[in-house]
Design a protein around this ligand. Structure first.
Ligand code: SF4
Length: 461
């Protein structure tokens, strides 16, 4: 009997790549591939790349070098290992990847991975395959669904892509070039996917997209649906306990989505809303299409509907032309909103983007200094936010066993990690947890029922 084939998918970058990696593995399952966590054992290693970080392509080439050594070791054992490069770097570099690294067998763009089984058959016939065209068919229509046991293994919290691509063209960003124009999946197809996930035990679904709140997929009547309407529909799916979405753009934060936050208990009081800068001049140079005032108004509207909403954001410091005064406007915006966390980066030029060509690039030491100060401000707010939970009792969705025996790890509504001692049968349920200790990144607590029991006993109840 032939040995079952194994695939190892290594994800770089954002949650959209994690989702894509799962779907690649699902697509390869009918072709006889099972997933492995160790690349050394794999017959196929897929590097699912990200173009957002600095020198992304160079990092991919150095990773290919590492995998090439494994491929050579496999060949000495009489095994043929295939190497595929997928994702945004594959999309951007195309056949250049095989020219520079001839050990790579296959380059597959972000919109084409549903064709993987066919491409692999061609590689086995001795071809080097590059497929980065934007296809006419919708990959989501052709992708294989994951099996029930695979869904269960991936955990009770999962991502579902509802939208891809971006039409915004922020001047620093490669996404519109690597992921293409905004497209949204139809409501009913998303509902079917979520139903299948919840039947297999998933309890929390995070809808993802590069511009998720630009979602406009056709509803059952064929008319475009908003993200708010989609969330209302998904909240009715049996088994869905929690809904989240990311990443959103301030410009697409419409009244319907704001209303959904006020209406839907399943929609968590947490919004990741990138702002990038607090200075209007820099926002305009970034082509963000919103002002500082617009952003603050959105935050106020959302909080008017649900006052416990927590916000996180993305920031870029040292964008070309940013002065110290501009940067201070970002610091004051952070104080005004009081973010519970943020991703922050010093500007680094992405080849092919308008910002890479702009005059007035900020020196590295200034960028590093501003990044340090910005992160200190975010950390201060994050600590203050977390400290406010000491002694409070909150809902925690218990996700998985912790590192210690008897420990479970879950998430608060605001996406904080919470650790408690509790039996594994509680995984997948929401429990009231009283927070007893606040760490820098984690809250520690105990089941509220158990906290009350000794007190009642002491009182002779
Ligand atoms: S909104 Fe701007 S930063 Fe976000 S993906 Fe689109 S171009 Fe990139």
């Amino acid at each position: 009997m032939s040995r079952p084939r194994k695939v190892h998918v290594k994800s770089f970058g954002c949650q959209m790549n994690v989702y894509d990696s799962h779907r690649m593995a699902d697509t390869l399952a009918p072709a006889g591939f099972t997933e492995t966590t160790s690349p050394e054992d794999a017959d196929l290693v897929i590097l699912n790349t990200c173009h957002i970080r600095e020198k992304a392509a160079e990092k991919v080439y150095s990773e290919i070098g590492r995998i090439r050594e494994m491929k050579e070791a496999a060949a000495r054992d009489g095994r043929h290992m295939m190497i595929a490069v997928a994702g945004c770097v594959a999309q951007a570099e195309g056949k250049e990847i095989i020219r520079r690294a001839s050990t790579v067998d296959l380059v597959v763009g972000s919109q084409n991975y549903h064709r993987l089984p066919d491409m692999i058959a061609r590689v086995q016939d001795g071809e080097k395959v590059v497929d980065t065209e934007f296809p006419v068919e919708d990959k989501f229509d052709v992708l294989a669904a994951p099996k029930r046991d695979v869904i269960a293994r991936r955990g009770i919290s999962t991502f579902v892509t509802v939208q891809e691509g971006c039409d915004k063209f922020c001047t620093f960003c490669v996404v519109p070039y690597t992921r293409g124009a905004e497209v949204s999946r139809p409501v009913e197809k998303i509902v079917t996917e979520v139903e299948r996930l919840t039947e297999a035990g998933v309890r929390e679904v995070t809808l993802i997209g590069q511009n998720v709140n630009a979602y406009h997929g056709p509803g059952p009547d064929g008319r475009p649906s908003t993200l708010g309407q989609l969330l209302r529909r998904l909240a009715q799916v049996p088994g869905v306990l929690r809904l989240r979405y990311m990443t959103s753009h301030p410009r697409d934060m419409d009244g319907d989505l704001v209303a959904a936050h006020a209406e839907l208990p399943a929609l968590m009081p947490y919004v990741h809303l990138p702002v990038q800068s607090g200075c209007d001049r820099i926002l305009a140079a970034m082509n963000r299409k919103h002002t500082r005032r617009d952003y603050l108004d959105i935050v106020a509207r959302l909080r008017a509907g649900r006052d416990d909403l927590a916000f996180t954001s993305d920031f870029i410091v040292g964008f070309p032309g940013e002065t110290e005064a501009d940067f201070r406007e970002t610091l004051t915006l952070i104080d005004e909103v009081g973010f519970s966390g943020a991703y922050s980066f010093a500007f680094s030029a992405r080849p092919g983007t308008p910002a890479a060509e702009m005059d007035d690039q900020v020196p590295q030491e200034k960028k590093s200094d501003r990044l340090h100060r910005l992160q200190a401000a975010i950390t201060r707010h994050q600590r203050g936010f977390n400290a406010g939970f000491a002694g409070r009792t909150i809902d925690v969705l218990l996700e998985k066993p912790g590192r210690l025996p008897g420990q479970l790890v879950g998430r608060s509504p605001y996406l904080q990690t919470v650790q408690i001692m509790a039996p594994p049968k509680l995984i997948g349920s929401i429990k009231r947890v009283t927070i007893t200790e606040v760490g820098s990144n984690t809250l520690f607590g105990a089941l509220a029922d158990e906290m009350h029991a000794p007190t009642r006993a002491a009182a002779g109840a």
